[in-house]
Write a protein that binds this ligand. Structure first.
Ligand SMILES: Nc1ccc(F)c(C(=O)c2c[nH]c3ncc(Cl)cc23)c1F
Ligand SMILES: [Fe+3]
Length: 285
């Protein structure tokens, strides 16, 4: 059964980090909590204009950074560093604690960062990364899908998702259409990047930079491009965790007490933040 649309919300510009501007999708009050997703930002900027996300922490969830254009440099307090180029994806499990810096290159960067919550049993795992620069891409009848996580058009991503999730980058040529299977009951939304697309059984027209949250029942979502240009959007679906959420910026735990403990750990360099002592990134300073 094809899922109908619950809500359509235009993204809103927000200042974030240092001189960075993001179009906020998930995380807007108009969308509210959609378990297991915490935030989705479409970010643009360049280091020439001073934009970036210098040294900052994370605990208790995962960040998925997907670069569409340009490059973004990253460096963390464990000694990991690198460059994410257009088409690259970094799935970072912050777990018990990461402090890192994420700085765009000199060219204009465009990308997405999704924050995906972790179940209580994974919130304090060792930090880890899954980085893909040759993601599976499949094309058929005017439909192109880059399978970042999950499965589409018979292709399955190798990304291990502690919180089971699909993350698909979809481009429809004019007159192309796609019925994508998604697990029944999973929280599902799409975010439009370029062009217009007709969504759902209602064939509702959705312009770029909008979030469409689907209703929960149904195992398929439907898209058609009836415009004269390519339409590009991401489709994200995830299994709800169903636990309490206590969040303080980039710290996401289950209780307020755990948040207070996290703030204390961060300030006093313990329980996963030991390497914070005397650490500053090279790229963020
Ligand atoms: N204020 C604040 C607090 C904590 C953060 F983790 C961040 C942050 O790093 C980001 C928030 N949106 C993002 N989009 C893309 C990228 Cl690469 C990073 C971010 C931030 F901005
Ligand atoms: Fe970060």
């Amino acid at each position: 059964m094809s899922r109908s649309i619950e809500k359509i919300v235009a993204s809103k510009w927000k200042s974030e980090g240092r001189g960075a501007r993001v179009r906020r999708s998930i995380g807007l009050p108009a969308i509210g909590q959609i378990d297991p997703f915490l935030m989705l930002d479409e970010f643009t900027g360049s280091s020439l204009e001073g934009a970036g996300f210098p040294d900052h922490p994370h605990r208790g969830f995962e960040t998925v950074t997907y670069v569409l254009e340009g490059e973004i440099y990253h460096e963390d307090f464990l000694g990991n560093s690198g460059t994410l180029k257009a088409g690259d994806m970094q799935w970072m499990t912050a777990g018990k604690g990461i402090i890192h810096s994420e700085i765009p290159g000199k060219e204009m960067v465009r990308g997405l960062q999704l924050w995906l919550n972790l179940k209580r049993k994974y919130k304090m795992v060792q930090p880890s990364y899954q980085e893909l620069n040759q993601m599976i891409s499949v094309e058929k009848d005017g439909v192109k899908v880059i399978v970042i996580a999950g499965e589409a058009l018979g292709k399955i991503s190798e990304v291990r998702t502690r919180t089971p999730a699909y993350y698909l980058d979809i481009t429809l040529q004019p007159d192309a259409e796609l019925s994508q299977k998604i697990p029944d009951g999973w929280t599902t939304f799409c975010y439009t990047l370029d062009g217009d697309v007709l969504v759902g059984p209602e064939s509702q027209n959705i312009p770029a930079h909008h979030t469409v949250v689907f209703n929960r029942n149904g195992d398929t979502v439907h898209f058609i491009n009836k415009s004269s240009k390519d339409s590009r959007f991401i489709l994200i679906s995830g299994e709800p965790i169903g636990e309490s959420v206590a969040q303080h910026g980039p710290f996401v735990m289950n209780t307020q007490e755990e948040i207070l403990q996290t703030i204390d750990d961060y300030r006093n360099h313990k329980n996963g933040f030991e390497h914070a002592k005397n650490w500053k990134s090279d790229i963020g300073t």
